[in-house]
Design a protein around this ligand. Sequence first.
Ligand code: CP
Length: 304
Amino acid sequence: LTHLLSIEGLPRAVINHVLDTAASYAPLADHDVKKVPLLHGKSVFNLFFENSTRTRTTFEIAAKRLSADVYNLNINASSASKGESLLDTINNLSAMQADLFVVRHASSGAPHLIAQHVAPHIHVINAGDGRHAHPTQGLLDMYTIRHYKQDFTKLTVAIVGDVLHSRVARSDIHALTTLGVPEVRVIAPLTLLPAGMESLGVKVFTDMAEGLKGVDVIIMLRLQNERMRGALLPSAQEYFKHYGLTQDKLALAAPDAIVMHPGPMNRGVEIDSSVADGKQAVILNQVTFGIAVRMAVMSIVAGA
Ligand code: CP
């Protein structure tokens, strides 16, 4: 791998290699913090043109644990705010001897554009582009599912909520189907479902009670109000009534089902606090696993 831009098209063996490599770093992601010198002397630039808490911070922690030098460009204080183009920004940072760009951008395809443009020794990792893809979130979600459920080929997984605007849903669907999950369900109101979901190999449900029956894994999605641009917005109360994960709805899933959410959560909109903080939730574990997974991805694309 030279870049990580999307999970779509990644072979199963490559995904498993990332997960296995992450497992070898996992003890480093606990409290026993040790550095490894794999990226010693390399310069990692975090370019977050959209806000982030989890992804930006865990990339920084991961890069530092690999002994890289990390630079977080403050986009609001950068010359991008004066109108400098994306590629001019990249050219200038490349002239500062960048080795790896971690890019989040509101425009789908921005990391691909950068990857086509940079010199061959520079690597690009997509940290979320528009509605398109969030591959490291998809990989850390797979790591989490494998950690709790071991065998992908015996699972029913439900992805619930604002699928239309979700780059996480797309990355998770590609990863789950590639890893051999026999039943991937998406549950959403028709207004938040993109056309042609079935062609991705998923079963579509608009009734949450129906869709949650017997599932082993529930991945809740954030209602992405900032991407709706005048679309039919459900009221928070209405949405919560039909698609919010409550204890009552969770009881329809398998008794040992795990509850995931990429964050940030809208409590009381897509998930009730009693579920988000309950014993079946693995949401904060996802964040911790994200460090090891991002170490794995960076070491695979940019390591010796
Ligand atoms: N899951 C996720 O991408 O969270 P952030 O937006 O905080 O990075």
